[in-house]
Design a protein around this ligand. Sequence first.
Ligand code: HEC
Length: 123
Amino acid sequence: MNNSLRKLAVLGIAPAVMFSAMSLTAVATAGDKKAEMTGKELAFDRKKGNCLACHQIAGGDMAGNIAPELVAMSARFPDKAKLRAQIWDAQVANPDTLMPPFGKHKILSDKEIDKVVEFISSL
Ligand code: HEC
C-alpha cells in the first residue's frame, strides 16, 4: 500500500473508494450491451445523453435545473424534425447554449438520437 492509500485507509475512506471502483466496473460491464439501450436509457445514462444533468425529466433522479424541464414535448415540438435538430446541434438555435451538440460532436449516433427523439416526444 502506498502512502496516499494508507492515509485514505486511516481516514476510513478506502472502503468507499473500493466500493465506487466496483460500481464503475459494473457500469463498464453494462456498457457492453449499449446497442440495446432504449431512448429513455440513452437520455438518462450519465455517459450517453446525460440529459438529466441539466433537464428535469419525469422518472429521472437528481436532475439539474439549468435548462427547461422537458414536459409536454409533443405539444411544444409537434414537428419531430425540429426536436431532432435541437438535440443534434442546439447551437443552431442558440450559439451560446450550454447544451452539447449531441449529433454534430458524435456524442450520440444517429440511431441513438432517433431513439432519444422518440422518447422525448413521448413526454
Ligand atoms: C449541459 C446542459 C444540457 C444538457 C446535458 C442537455 N441540455 Fe437540453 N438544453 C439545455 C439548455 C440550457 C437549454 C435551453 C435552451 C438553450 O439555452 O439553448 C436546452 C434546451 C433543450 C430543448 C428545447 C427545450 C424547449 O423547451 O425549447 C430540448 C428539447 C432539449 N434541450 C433536449 C435535451 C436532450 C434530449 C438532452 C440529452 C440528450 C439534453 N437536452 C441535454 C442544456 C442541456
